[in-house]
Design a protein around this ligand. Structure first.
Ligand SMILES: [Zn+2]
Length: 93
């Protein structure tokens, strides 16, 4: 099985299997970050992934999600506001 060498901020070098990693892709870009639970201290770690790292991780079968930062906080606020308006319209009708 392919192993990936990465580093834990507390333990230093760690080796992980593809199954241990989760890649989080930045929408519209070929970059992102990946997360893993350190096998030694069990702390969840995040590491940035540039295009090369993303390509490698995908090639070895790391599962991925498309990042949660698709919408900005301002966009969420706008959405909530529009939802409130929509509710008001519904209840007023
Ligand atoms: Zn660690």
């Amino acid at each position: 099985m392919t192993t990936i060498k990465t580093t834990c901020s507390a333990c230093g070098d760690v080796e992980l299997a593809a199954d241990d990693l989760l890649l989080e892709l930045t929408p519209l870009e070929a970059t992102g970050r990946y997360s893993f639970d350190c096998p030694f201290c069990e702390i969840n770690q995040f590491r940035p992934a540039n295009e090369r790292v993303v390509a490698i991780l995908l090639a070895i079968g790391v599962s991925y999600i498309v990042g949660e930062e698709v919408v900005s906080e301002a966009e969420i606020e706008d959405f909530v506001e529009s939802l409130d308006e929509w509710l008001e319209n519904i209840t007023a009708a």
